[in-house]
Design a binder for this molecule. Structure first.
Ligand code: XIL
Length: 328
């Protein structure tokens, strides 16, 4: 495989004209080969972790805007769309919030102040935000008992969306979660939450499916039926964190041709499903990282994998061609 020529390169953005093609990146990706790939291939960026609360507000009152500003300025200079991720997520809660010692009312005020500060700072610059990320548990669809739920009640999701809307009347507000195509209980629960929000006129503009998927699943039919539930509600659909694991069972030690091709086919299917949506419901497909050896998947599972569109030498893989083929 290493002796093969890299796949011929048409840039993703040349062919994806009805939605943004995004990539998750870091503030140390703003030059060199990273910068080349971001600006040649993509039309949208998301901070992989530097706009999360534990980075922006690591301790009470101590805002750190250095990395998030660098990413936003880079996006503006390069005329890229910017998707904000994520205002409220149980895994990026700073310790002072996780172990908050004040009253529930004081907790809610801190969250309101935080959301207001971040959304206001980037008003007119960031087009969309994941307001709440991963609020629903796997398997049973129950609300995750995060510190946000404990302190602000079951309605904390709606409260956070309203805080964001009050800070910026134009920014697009997304609910974002994973396992949305294969976990039926979770999928039902998320759409129940969305229905309830829409019934009460809580401002929500879209739903993000993370789409951390595998070379052998989910099926195209499952991707289609789950995504149609976004369309039925007249919301924007975002495939927000796409990567395609090729080694979920840790049974290969190098990327085989077979898995490389299977990954390509699965990504083609994902792009086909997305591209077939009505244009009014399309927002973006965001790839969760630039090159394989930088992917969060490797840290998470602690074994080799090749989940992205570029290899460790910044060369386009078959999956890159697969993305383009999904647009035909
Ligand atoms: C991950 C990033 O990729 C890592 O770099 C970071 O250390 C932890 O978060 N779901 C999400 C993303 O919504 O924010 C996560 O990103 C991956 C899972």
């Amino acid at each position: 495989l290493e002796e093969e020529q890299p796949e011929p390169t048409t840039y993703l953005k040349d062919k994806a004209t009805s939605f943004y093609v995004g990539v998750a990146m870091k503030s140390n990706n703003l030059n060199g080969k990273y910068d080349e790939i971001i600006t040649h291939e993509f039309t949208s960026i998301t901070a992989e972790y530097e706009m999360k609360m534990n980075v922006i507000l690591p301790s009470k009152g101590q805002y750190n805007w250095s990395q998030s500003d660098a990413i936003v300025n880079y996006g503006i200079e390069n005329e890229l769309n910017i998707h904000g991720h994520a205002l409220v997520w149980h895994q990026s809660t700073p310790d002072w919030i996780e172990n908050f010692t004040g009253t529930d009312a004081e907790f809610e005020q801190e969250i309101k102040d935080y959301i207001t500060a971040v959304v206001t700072r980037y008003k007119g610059k960031i087009k969309s935000w994941d307001v709440v990320n991963e609020a629903v548990l796997d398997g049973n669809g129950n609300l995750r008992n995060s510190v946000f739920r404990q302190r602000m009640g079951d309605d904390y999701i709606s409260k956070c969306f309203q805080f964001a809307r009050d800070a910026d009347p134009d920014v697009l507000l997304f609910y974002n979660d994973y396992n949305m195509t294969e976990d039926q209980a979770k999928q039902d629960a998320v759409f129940d939450i969305v229905d309830d929000m829409q019934n009460r006129n809580i401002p929500i503009d879209g739903v993000g499916f993370q789409m951390h998927i595998r070379y052998n699943g989910p099926s195209k039919a499952k991707m289609e039926s789950a995504t149609n539930r976004i369309v039925e509600r007249d919301l924007l659909a975002h495939y927000s964190e796409v990567d395609v694991r090729v080694n979920p069972n840790n049974d290969i030690t190098t990327l085989t041709d077979e898995r490389d091709i299977a990954q390509k086919i699965k990504l083609t299917e994902l792009v086909e499903v997305y591209n077939a949506l009505p244009s009014a419901n399309k927002y973006a497909i965001t790839i969760w990282g630039i090159k394989d050896n930088d992917s969060w998947i490797i840290d998470l599972y602690n074994h080799p994998d090749w989940p992205l569109l570029f290899n460790s030498s910044f060369e386009a893989k078959k999956a890159h061609t697969g993305f383009l083929e999904g647009l035909e």
